[in-house]
Design a binder for this molecule. Structure first.
Ligand code: ADP
Length: 763
């Protein structure tokens, strides 16, 4: 607000006077006024006196001139200059009359007078004018007449010193008056200035006290009813006005301060609320530019507030439809357009800054001022991943519960049913409507109510009951065999609030179990019979092959004798028959020997075991196979092998069969056979690898069956070798298999449990 100055009257003089205290100003004014008045008055008096005196002097000299002219007329008429001079001498009394001159009518000086001590200063001729003023002299001339006849002229020359003296005297008087009146004025104004200065000083004191202390209750004292009194009233009114304005201002300020504090508190508490709530919050201006986002919004969108603020909402809050992948219009835009609260469809997906997709649930609302104008919007959203997962899980669980064949029932601790699934309907015949709210005890068969009470008591103590097989009564009155698993249901604090029961109908299982038990008993009996007949058979095979050896040797011996001793008696056919008998007997011998070896493995269970060095076993096998090794040029290499606690009689045929086969089923190249052993997952794994003809994978299992051969009579053999190997390994808890492709050689692998395991098994 600009200040207004009211211009009243003339401007005060400038300079030092303007800044003088009013007291002194008044004094100066009074003194100056008085002095000026006195000076003017004095000057007037002196001037007026000088005028009056001059007039008087002129008239006095005129009268004196008339008298002297009259007195000297006779002397002139009679041409008596002496008398005339005597007449003029009478003028001595007039001290200021310098000279007096009488001229004849014709013009020459007739008589003259000069003040004593001074020379006559008469002009040569009579002055032409009657009166003449010069600064220091007055000349007055008179015509001398005698009875209207002009005889001559009289001239006085009067010095004006008197006038100067008079002026000086008057000036001295005026000065005295001036000093006296000045002193008087000073005295009077000293007394009287208080009349004006005191009220003004009062006003000044009051206003400066107010301006110093800002205490607007101070009032100026009214000392008179004049303009100063009016001024004092005006100042007091003004102060009263200021005081009330000040009070109002203070009150307004206090109100404003309070409002500001309230607003600040509200803002702080809002900020704390926004920072601590679990929902993300964004506010925008009316253009949809981001003004604020809380920490949850920052972390969900991966946008720091410092970067997001000021950006259009679409740049930061990007949302798409989860299924169509189309961009969804920002709720902020809808709020700004429609001016109403809007929510989002369920399938909204937030695309965070780093590309993460977060399912959200959100709503937007307008922010309005008091007039209802929209100032901006507030957008609230939350990550619903967990909720969705929980809903899905709960739907899934409900579906599982509903679709379960088992009865899933929940009840409170008093046994009142709270939920009842389809499985329960199916097993017990009661519908959910019939059972919910009813006591579970309706299903207790006679004599089993106590069991139910006991189960509830155990559940109350937090126990869980598993697989309790019992009986329950169904709706139609029949009994159902059930297997019950009963668990306590707990609330969030962990307190047991109910019971969940899973009942499986095991009526059929019970019946099957009963049937199975009967069948098992039958089976066991059959097994026992089978085992004993198997043993008989093995024993028979062993004895038969053992006993068959002797007659077979006899056949061979006699056939050889026949062929050797009677070569001529045997013609072509008979000779061929004898050779066939010898060959068949030889083959039968081999078969029986192998069969014997095969049966021996299981037949002599009780024979003692010993430490067997497998390196030595391989060495022996190679000795046995020396002929064929030499014949074929086979090269057999062997890594160091471990020792076993076993029977050499088992491992010798094992290695001999595998090495022998590798030589027998060789390819074009001389056989290369490598034997190795290593530890695989706690087991000893051996391998016998050759470069022979290989085996089609379809026969990999069949070759271990006794008498199963792949190469007919082309390559000699009984088909029992690998069956013996398998039997040996079965006996020691191991297994054997082959890895091979046709034409790529074969690797026979077999495992044995480690020694500790072997010992344990034997024990
Ligand atoms: P045999 O060798 O007496 O015929 P085996 O039981 O030892 O009987 O072998 C069964 C069959 O497995 C053999 O007939 C042969 O066809 C095949 N076989 C065994 N070892 C090898 C091998 N190293 N390479 C190729 N074939 C093999």
């Amino acid at each position: 607000m600009s200040n207004t100055e009211i211009q009243t009257g003339e401007q005060p003089p400038g300079g030092a006077f303007r800044d003088m205290p009013i007291k002194r100003k008044l004094m100066v004014i009074v003194m100056a006024t008085t002095t000026a008045a006195l000076i003017v008055a004095g000057a007037g008096v002196v001037w007026f006196d000088s005028l009056v005196f001059r007039d008087y002097l002129q008239r006095d000299l005129s009268v004196l001139g008339r008298i002297i002219a009259d007195a000297s007329a006779a002397a002139l008429a009679f041409d008596d200059p002496k008398t005339a001079a005597e007449t003029l001498a009478a003028l001595q009394a007039r001290t200021h009359l310098r000279s007096a001159c009488i001229y004849r009518i014709e013009g020459p000086l007739f008589a003259s007078y000069a003040r004593s001590g001074e020379a006559v200063k008469c002009p040569q001729a009579a002055p032409a004018d009657r009166v003449r003023w010069t600064p220091d002299e007055l000349m007055v001339a008179r015509t001398i007449r005698l009875q209207d006849r002009e005889l001559g002229t009289l001239a006085f020359f009067y010095d004006l010193d008197e006038i100067g003296r008079r002026r000086n005297s008057y000036s001295a008087i005026v000065l005295c008056v001036l000093v006296a009146s000045g002193f008087l004025a000073f005295l009077l104004s000293s007394r009287l200035r208080a009349v004006i200065a005191t009220p003004i000083a009062q006003l000044v004191n009051a206003t400066s006290a107010v301006s110093r202390t800002k205490d607007y209750s101070i009032r100026a004292r009214k000392l008179s009813a004049d303009e100063l009194g009016v001024l004092a009233d005006a100042v007091n009114d003004m102060l009263a006005g200021i005081q009330s304005r000040d009070r109002e201002l203070r009150e307004a300020l206090a109100d404003r301060e309070q409002a500001l504090n309230d607003a600040r508190n509200a803002r702080d508490s809002l900020a704390t609320t926004l920072a601590s709530i679990g929902d993300a919050v964004i506010s925008t201006d009316a253009e949809g530019r981001i003004l604020f986002l809380n920490p949850v919004a920052e972390s969900l969108m991966r946008w720091p507030a410092a970067e997001a603020v000021g950006k259009p909402i679409e740049d930061v809050f990007r949302i798409v439809n989860e299924y169509t992948r189309e961009t969804v219009e920002s709720p902020v835009r809808r709020v700004l357009r429609e001016g109403a609260i809007v929510g989002l469809a369920n399938s909204t997906m937030l695309l965070a800054r780093d590309g993460t997709e977060i399912p959200i649930d959100d709503s937007g609302a307008p922010i309005r001022d008091r007039d209802g104008t929209i100032l901006g919007t507030v957008l609230v959203f939350r990550d619903v991943t967990a909720r969705r997962r929980a809903e899905e899980t709960s739907h899934l669980l409900a579906a599982i519960v509903e679709s379960s064949d088992e009865a899933i029932i929940s009840a409170n601790l008093n046994g009142i049913v709270m939920s009842w699934n389809r499985g329960a309907e199916r097993i017990f015949g009661y519908s959910a409507e019939e059972m919910i709210g009813r006591s579970i005890s309706v299903m207790a068969p006679p004599g089993r109510v106590d069991e139910m009470i006991a189960i509830l008591a155990r559940i109350r103590s937090g126990e869980r009951i598993e697989e309790l097989q019992t009986l329950r009564r169904a709706r139609h009155g029949g009994l159902v065999n059930v297997s019950l698993t009963v668990s306590p249901l707990r609330d969030a604090s962990g307190a047991v609030v109910g019971v969940s029961k899973i009942a499986r109908d095991i009526t059929e299982r019970v019946r099957s179990a009963e049937r199975l038990a009967l069948l098992n008993a039958d089976l066991q009996r059959s097994n026992q019979r089978l085992a004993s007949s198997n043993e008989d058979l093995e024993r028979f095979a062993f004895i038969a092959s053992h006993d068959l050896q002797e007659p077979l040797r006899m056949i061979t011996t006699y056939s050889q004798l026949l062929a050797r001793n009677y070569p001529d008696a045997l013609d072509g056919n008979a000779g061929m028959c004898v050779r066939n008998i010898m060959e068949s007997a030889q083959r039968m011998r081999e078969l029986i020997a192998d069969l014997l070896a095969y049966t021996e493995i299981t037949a002599r269970q009780d024979e003692p075991v010993e430490a067997v060095d497998l390196n030595g076993v391989v060495e022996k096998a190679m000795q046995n196979l020396k002929a064929s090794i030499d014949e074929t040029g086979a090269v057999v290499t062997c890594d160091p092998l471990p020792s076993l606690t076993a029977r050499e009689a088992h491992f010798l045929p094992l290695f001999q069969n595998l090495i022998g086969n590798a030589i027998k089923y060789r390819g074009e190249q001389p056989p290369r056979i490598h034997i190795s052993a290593r530890d695989v997952e706690g087991q000893l794994q051996f391998s016998v690898k050759d470069n022979g003809i290989g085996i089609d994978p379809q026969y990999h299992e069949r070759i271990f069956v006794a008498f199963k051969r792949l190469h007919g009579k082309k390559i000699p053999g009984t088909g029992i070798g690998l069956a013996i190997c398998q039997r040996v390994l079965e006996r020691y808890g191991g297994r054997i298999w082959v890895e091979s492709q046709v034409g790529e050689g074969a690797t026979f692998l077999f495992t044995l449990p480690d020694m500790a395991a072997q010992k344990a098994r034997r024990a």
